[in-house]
Design a protein around this ligand. Structure first.
Ligand code: IPE
Ligand code: IPE
Ligand code: MG
Length: 243
């Protein structure tokens, strides 16, 4: 729920039709920098700065889960210096922002195979998750070393270990995914204009409304977010039924 009357008035959204879960493919950092003759890493730095107001706005708008694609299973093939810089930025973000996120009632979680992240990044994550574990207002779900196919394969392998000869159902498989217990995304946003999924939440976005904006991620601000939510609210979701 919005936290105050003034927030109701400031943004003309339908409060009865807010997305519960927003997933964002934060794309375009590199191109943002290249367009300014800056190294790609500058774009990533600016991209991290862009994230904070989006997290705060989602929490204040009453969104329950915000999942952001920060590093894919495919991103390891980038130059080592860029991968290292991304890991360092993740740690800087966690160190600088965890206290404030906690004050905003945000609980930090991850999806993806974080066991394969550098130990320094992993321990920073574990510390931030531990410190914010009891927060109830919103979950900030960081997709790190995340690939939808990898997630499905890990889920099925875990299920094989434990199964009792019964057949796999959709509910059971969902309960083995990294997103177990979370609602599926209602709204999937991708910045930078690319109209593809890039291995993000393949199972969970089955019925998500997709919103693509040409805005590069470092320029994606709360105004853009509200535009995306407004577009979401103008859609008719049918889930396979007739209207
Ligand atoms: C998204 O920006 C951030 C990550 C993938 C880590 P990119 O780095 O993909 O930026 P572009 O797509 O090259 O502009
Ligand atoms: C998707 O963006 C991954 C993240 C935003 C972390 P990419 O830039 O890696 O995707 P492609 O390569 O354009 O499909
Ligand atoms: Mg990209």
């Amino acid at each position: 729920m919005p936290t105050s009357e003034s927030e109701h008035q400031r943004v003309d959204l339908d409060w009865s039709r807010m997305p519960r879960h927003i997933a964002i493919i934060m794309d375009g950092n590199g191109r943002w920098a290249q367009a300014r003759n800056l190294p790609r890493v500058f774009g990533h730095r600016q991209g991290v700065l862009a994230l904070k107001p989006i997290v705060k706005t989602c929490a204040r708008l009453g969104v329950s889960v915000l999942t952001v694609y920060a590093f894919s299973t495919e991103n390891w093939i980038r130059p080592k210096a860029e991968v290292d810089a991304l890991m360092d930025l993740l740690m800087e973000f966690l160190r600088a922002e965890t206290a404030e996120l906690k004050m905003e009632g945000v609980s930090i979680r991850t999806i993806g195979d974080i066991a394969k992240l550098p130990p320094r990044a992993r321990s920073a994550l574990q510390e931030s998750m531990r410190r914010t574990a009891n927060e109830q207002r919103m979950i900030l779900n960081l997709a790190l070393n995340y690939g939808g196919r990898d997630e499905l394969v890990r889920a099925v392998n875990r299920w094989i270990q434990r199964r009792d000869n019964e057949a796999l159902t959709e509910e059971t498989l969902a309960s083995y995914l990294d997103t177990a217990g979370l609602p599926d995304p209602d709204l999937l946003i991708r910045s930078s204009g690319e109209e593809r999924i890039s291995n993000f939440m393949l199972w969970q976005i089955a019925y998500a409304e997709i919103y693509v904006t040409k805005t590069m991620w470092p320029d994606f601000d709360p105004e853009e977010l509200i535009k995306a939510i407004r577009a979401f609210q103008s859609r008719t979701r049918r889930f396979g039924a007739v209207e």
